[in-house]
Design a protein around this ligand. Sequence first.
Ligand SMILES: C[S@@+](CC[C@H](N)C(=O)[O-])C[C@H]1O[C@@H](n2cnc3c(N)ncnc32)[C@H](O)[C@@H]1O
Length: 194
Amino acid sequence: MSRPPLGGFFDRCAPSWDNGCPAGLTAAISKIFAVARLHPGSRILDVGAGTGILYPFFLKAGAGAYTAVDSSPAMVQRFKAKHPEAAVLEADYEKPIVFPEPFDVIMIFNAFPHFRDEEAVFRRSRSYLSAGGRLFICHSMNREALNAHHRDAGGTVAGDVLISDARMAGLYRKAGFTAVRVENTDHFYSEGTK
Ligand SMILES: C[S@@+](CC[C@H](N)C(=O)[O-])C[C@H]1O[C@@H](n2cnc3c(N)ncnc32)[C@H](O)[C@@H]1O
């Protein structure tokens, strides 16, 4: 069954987004970055970046270049107000985007279940990566907590569930990614290499 469009859901969330960070967010991000071991100098694309929660972590990891994409005008506005120097694009990642150069890392953090066409997201991400580039789809919560969180939020995100480990791994492989790793522990971590 097709899911309803997100509408302005995240625009309405934007004003209070940074005040409502779930407990354990920073710890989960630190664990994800520790496992991901990003190479200093990597060109980063942060998809569904919201207000830029990951931006300082990428800077600390030595990002060579950083671009953020988010479809919510209000989220983008807040991100830009906090970090005017960052390249933040208001765009729907489910539609083609022309980037001037490839990325070494694409991170979709706390955003994947909100996409409607999952296969297209994988295909498109692969096309935006350099050879050997890596796609990460990660969450600060594990699948069970995240799905309950969306159910409780209700409205247009109530049905935005995180797919199974097997389906996630299958989507990476179908799109041509190798070295696929999918782990649902106290948070959710997945990656694949182009
Ligand atoms: C749960 S928020 C997470 C924001 C940020 N990554 C964080 O952890 O704070 C999901 C974000 O994905 C964005 N988003 C949803 N669908 C999108 C799409 N098709 N293209 C780009 N961004 C999208 C929303 O606007 C929202 O800012």
